[in-house]
Every structure is written in C-alpha cells, then in structure tokens.
Design a protein around this ligand. Sequence first.
Ligand SMILES: Nc1ncnc2c1ncn2[C@@H]1O[C@H](COP(=O)(O)OP(=O)(O)OP(=O)(O)O)[C@@H](O)[C@H]1O
Length: 255
Amino acid sequence: MTTAVLRVERLCKSFGGVHAIRDLTFEVQPGEVMGLIGPNGSGKSTTVNSLAGLFPVTSGEILLAGAHIQHLPEPERVELGLARTFQTASVFPEFTVRQQITLGCEPTLKSPPLSSIFGIGRHQGEVEAIEARVQDLLEVTGLAAVADDAVGTISSAQQRFLMIATALASEPKIVLLDEPAAGLVSHERKTLSELIKSIRDRGIAVLVIEHHMALIMEVCDRIVVLNFGSKIADGTPAEIRSSQAVIDAYLGESV
Ligand SMILES: Nc1ncnc2c1ncn2[C@@H]1O[C@H](COP(=O)(O)OP(=O)(O)OP(=O)(O)O)[C@@H](O)[C@H]1O
C-alpha cells in the first residue's frame, strides 16, 4: 500500500467561537489532483492555511508522507515538501521573474540564505542545477519570454503562474493552489489546467481550492466538498456532480 502524500485526520480549527473546520479527514495520494470546494466561508482557506502552518490547529493531525507536521513551523513544512500559493500575488516587484523563481529554490539549498540571488557563498555544484531547474520552470509555466522582466511589470495572469513556478521551485511532494484561476480569462484558464495536469505528470500531488467549477471538474481526480467546516462529500468529479448533498449545499443545478 502506498503512503498518502498528505493525510489530514480529524482536523479542527476554531477562531474564538467560530468553528471554521470541524473533524476534517481526507487523504491525497502521490501524483493525485484533489479539489477542495464549498460555499464561501465553508473553511477551504482555513484548511490550506492550517496545512501550510500559517497558524496552529485546534486539534487533529497532519501527516506529510507519513510524518507528523502539525507542530512544525511553515518553513520546515516547505523543506519537507509542502508548498503553496496564495490568493493574491505576493512577490517582490523589483525582482526579475527569474530571480523570484530562484528565490523559491532556497529551501532546497545547502548554501547560505539568499546566496542563490546574490551569489555569495554558493556551493558551486548547486549553481548549474538551480539554473537548470529555474529554466525548466520558466518553460513549463510559460514565463520564459518574460524571464528577465521585473515582476511588477508582468500581467496579473503571469503573476499567478509565477506564484506556481515559485512554489514548484522548492521541489514539493504536494503543492496547495489557493484559487489559482481567480481573475483569469478563458484561454488563461485553459493554460492553467494544462499546467496543473503537467504538475501531476511530474508525480507531484496538487490540492486545489477553486470556485471555477469547469476547471475543477476537468483537472481533479477527486474532490472533497466542505460545508460549514465539515466534509459533506469525497469522490470523483462524476460522483460529486450527482451528489444531492453537494447540489443542495453548493452546486445547485449548474453543473
Ligand atoms: N482569522 C480569522 N479569524 C476569525 N474567523 C476567521 C478567520 N479566518 C476565517 N474565519 C472564519 O472561518 C470560517 C471559514 O472561513 P474560510 O475563509 O476558511 O472559508 P472559505 O471556504 O475559504 O471561504 P471563501 O470561499 O469565501 O474564500 C468563516 O466563518 C470565516 O469568517
């Protein structure tokens, strides 16, 4: 039996009297794309933020490739193979696209912090490997043409792809994508769905939060549905589409 890349067990997170996540259990298998959907306020972002270590959980367990991570700070989770993107682009506008992705490689380096950008104290053996990794990510995310442009000058869609490239630079076992399609137009969403599939084809698991149902139904192998912080369904896109509980809580008759 393969070990799940991510296992969430009986997770609870409360903010004062607000129970944002209640007793949530699910698994993501290696190389699987899992969608996390639900109405506004159902607990999706709280789940991703809890997994990434943005704040402590109230109770429950989080296992990354079989190891408990719920007590670890965010940077250690990244080093162990859990990467994420944010709903809003959080980048350094004065850096070039290439530098921004290079910075994403830092958690995997033996050299001192920021040596990948400033070139001081770098292990020579790492230099070529990093450059090759960054070039590969520029190409896979469609950013090669703007590699040497300042981050602040590229389009908002390109900034979204840059966030994914930066997350992938840490060579994760799983990447958490928080509303990656927000603000994208149709042809950009198509590029995004191809990118998500190519991430899976590299053996990296993906957990994606998204309100754009056509994208979710197309790219996901499995979908977990939340409502009021609790899981109300877990199944294939076809199963989710026909679940009466999901239709009642979230989808309506629209898909
Ligand atoms: N930092 C916080 N402090 C207090 N309450 C919070 C906090 N973050 C989230 N909540 C509450 O937790 C619940 C779940 O919110 P969350 O943002 O996780 O939902 P969501 O499914 O991601 O919603 P959306 O689709 O609108 O992004 C909501 O009731 C929200 O008001």
